[in-house]
Design a protein around this ligand. Structure first.
Ligand code: GLU
Length: 626
């Protein structure tokens, strides 16, 4: 009963693609689960430019629309779709499909993600949650054998960690509701790049190298991503993925049904239940065709908060990104001495520590977990957290606060026992996931983060289909005690908590910045620090995004020691880093944190698209009219 009540109160616009679709006039294909209009089947003509993309640049200024991604071909695909009359939603899906080819270890149709969208004509925000789900037959107990948690690496590379993929449903949902083009049309650039190939760069090779042993183990991954000699491809090699091209073609022609109810789906289920030959073998999962057929994207209202007179629009649960960012900024709001950057960053680090303590305790899939959203977002709750911040760094782990005391909506009843904050494990790498940002000439904006979770996902390439399945179910808390209860414990059908933080910042009803980043649980801090750089330190977005990063997540970074922040060397070695150490902050070096992209909307009507100049090999920003 309580769960049902909570369900009715969460900001859920619609439970399925066609229930309560308030945008039905924009639906361009029949409600049969397919997008049979494949548009121009001749990917070659319109997208020939993708064969010879220009050298990537991290900043571009101009008009008429803009895009920023980690990859020049993906950015170019977005720009080409805009030039062909597509809007930002169309262009973002086109770019994402190209990234599925060129950035396959971070994202793709084997995974899921979150899109935050601004619809200019209607002046409203929506989000499309296409996060992976646990299969119906999967319980938390499957992560344990003989009462003990299965070795983490064995969970990471297994059928057990594969969530029901949401990406294709999410793309289709976003296009049908808000796009101008069909899924079939916007898949064409991805088909072109998959079939004609692309020249692999250092980033691709490094990603393959880091996964070499994992791919070596699994026959289908070895076949696709390693040479016959079992080596990564060399920088400069042309890499083609005709299997993925054919899979995209099938989806373009047959619609989402091919993926969720047809031959693609069957091969996914087979690969999960009976993983490809591997040495040693991979543990199987329990996904069924019913799980795929029942997968729905969710269109949710975003989290909106206010900071320095700006509206910050972010992703709600099951991502913890929007809420944790909003709580961090709420804690910082009364501090006005932002001219003292070191002091403000000290407070930011402390605020982040406290917000993560709350994140870890309270956030989960809102359809399963009664997240006390209102309390967590209330200024009065932020005040209780701010009261804990002193002029020196806190020591030890921060404990969660009491949002229930500030929750006037009674539906998320206070649990009898405060759930433990389980996510205090060592911080992971930050090389997974990807973020892209797009706007069009009408002013629509898409801030889109999507992922297959770990770099290289589950390492299961679906045989013959050319893409890697996610291991998103590792985003659930998997405590050593199999009976532990927590907000983010796996339950059948549940979505794992995410950190993805696609964000839009508006002032006086006008867009100022759109941004987001990959990087596991450092995503929220990457976005948070960039927002502070931009709004508090008045940095232009390119500088805000390129600045050295620090990430405080209230976690034990080095097992057996105290909680510490992670930071990039340039941050640790800066004057500010030195002063922060004098306040008691401890930093563990992380070579790179995040790989953000963003767009700044300038006063004169121009757009500044921005990608990383250095991190992850540098990204690509472009505008329609420079
Ligand atoms: N699975 C992560 C999340 O949803 C994103 C992947 C990553 O960057 O680690 O938060």
């Amino acid at each position: 009963m309580k769960k049902w009540l909570a369900l009715s109160l969460i900001p859920l616009v619609s439970l399925t693609g066609f229930l309560a679709c308030d945008d039905s006039t924009q639906v361009s294909a029949p409600p049969d689960g397919g997008s049979p209009d494949s548009g121009s089947p001749d990917a070659g003509n319109a997208f020939r430019s993708l064969a010879n993309p220009p050298a990537p640049v991290p900043t571009a200024v101009g008009r008429g629309g803009a895009a920023a991604t980690v990859d020049v071909r993906a950015t170019l695909a977005a720009i080409e779709i805009l030039k062909l009359g597509g809007n930002a939603i169309d262009a973002s899906v086109a770019a994402a499909a190209v990234l599925g080819v060129t950035d396959p270890f971070s994202c793709g149709i084997g995974g899921g993600g979150f899109m935050v969208i601004y619809l200019a004509k209607e002046n409203r925000f929506v989000t499309v949650d296409h996060r992976e789900k646990a299969p119906k037959a999967q319980t938390a107990s499957l992560f344990y054998a003989e009462g003990k948690r299965i070795d983490t690496n064995e969970i990471i590379a297994s059928g057990l960690s594969v969530g029901v993929p949401g990406t294709v449903r999410g793309w289709d949902e976003a296009l049908r509701r808000y796009g101008k083009k069909s899924l079939g049309e916007v898949l064409q650039p991805g088909i072109f790049v998959a079939e004609n190939g692309f020249v692999v760069d250092t980033t691709f090779v490094d990603q393959t190298k880091r996964n070499q042993a994992r791919f070596q183990r699994v026959s289908s991954a070895r076949k696709l991503y390693l040479t016959d000699a079992g080596e990564p491809r060399a920088v400069g090699d042309l890499f083609k993925n005709p299997d993925l091209g054919a899979t995209y073609r099938k989806i373009a022609e047959g619609g989402t049904r091919v993926f969720y109810e047809g031959e693609v789906g069957q091969k996914i289920v087979d690969a999960v239940r009976q993983p490809p030959e591997a040495n040693p073998p991979l543990r199987p999962g329990v996904m069924t065709m019913e799980d795929l057929a029942n997968y729905d994207a969710r269109v949710r209202l975003p989290v909106e908060s206010t900071y320095r007179g700006h509206t910050v629009v972010g992703m709600p649960a099951p991502s913890s990104g929007g809420m944790t960012l909003a709580e961090t900024l709420n804690i910082l709001t009364p501090y006005t001495e932002t001219g003292d950057r070191e002091l403000h960053l000290h407070r930011y680090i402390e605020a982040s520590r406290l917000a993560y303590a709350d994140r870890n305790a309270f956030h989960g899939d809102p359809e399963y977990t009664d997240v006390p959203l209102q309390g967590l977002l209330s200024p009065a709750f932020a005040q209780t957290r701010r009261a804990l911040i002193t002029d020196t760094a806190a020591t030890g782990s921060a404990k969660a606060g009491d949002p229930y005391a500030h929750q006037s909506d009674p539906s998320p009843g206070r649990p009898p026992v405060q759930p433990p904050a389980l996510d205090t494990s060592p911080g992971g790498a930050t090389r997974e996931t990807t973020h892209l940002t797009v706007t069009d000439s009408e002013g629509n904006i898409v801030s889109y983060t999507f992922t297959i979770e770990f770099e290289g996902g589950s390492s299961i390439v679906v045989p013959g289909l050319g893409f890697i399945l996610n291991n998103e179910l590792t985003d659930f808390d998997i405590p050593t005690d199999p009976n532990a209860k927590a907000a983010n414990i796996l339950e059948p059908g549940k979505r794992p908590r995410s950190s993805m933080t696609p964000t839009l910042i508006f002032k006086d009803g006008k867009p100022r910045v759109a941004l987001g980043s990959p990087g596991g649980s450092t995503i929220i801090t990457t976005v948070g620090q960039t927002v502070i750089n931009y709004l508090d330190f008045n940095m232009p977005i390119a500088e805000a995004l390129a600045s050295p990063r620090v990430s405080e997540r209230n976690i034990v970074v080095t097992p057996g020691t105290d909680t510490k922040s992670t930071a990039e060397p340039a941050f640790i070695n800066s004057d500010i880093g030195t002063k922060l150490k004098a306040r008691g902050h401890q930093f563990v070096e992380m070579a790179e944190i995040g790989a953000a992209t963003g767009i700044q909307f300038n006063e004169d009507g121009t757009l500044t698209a921005v990608a990383e100049p250095v991190r992850r090999g540098g990204g690509s920003a472009m505008v329609v009219t420079p």
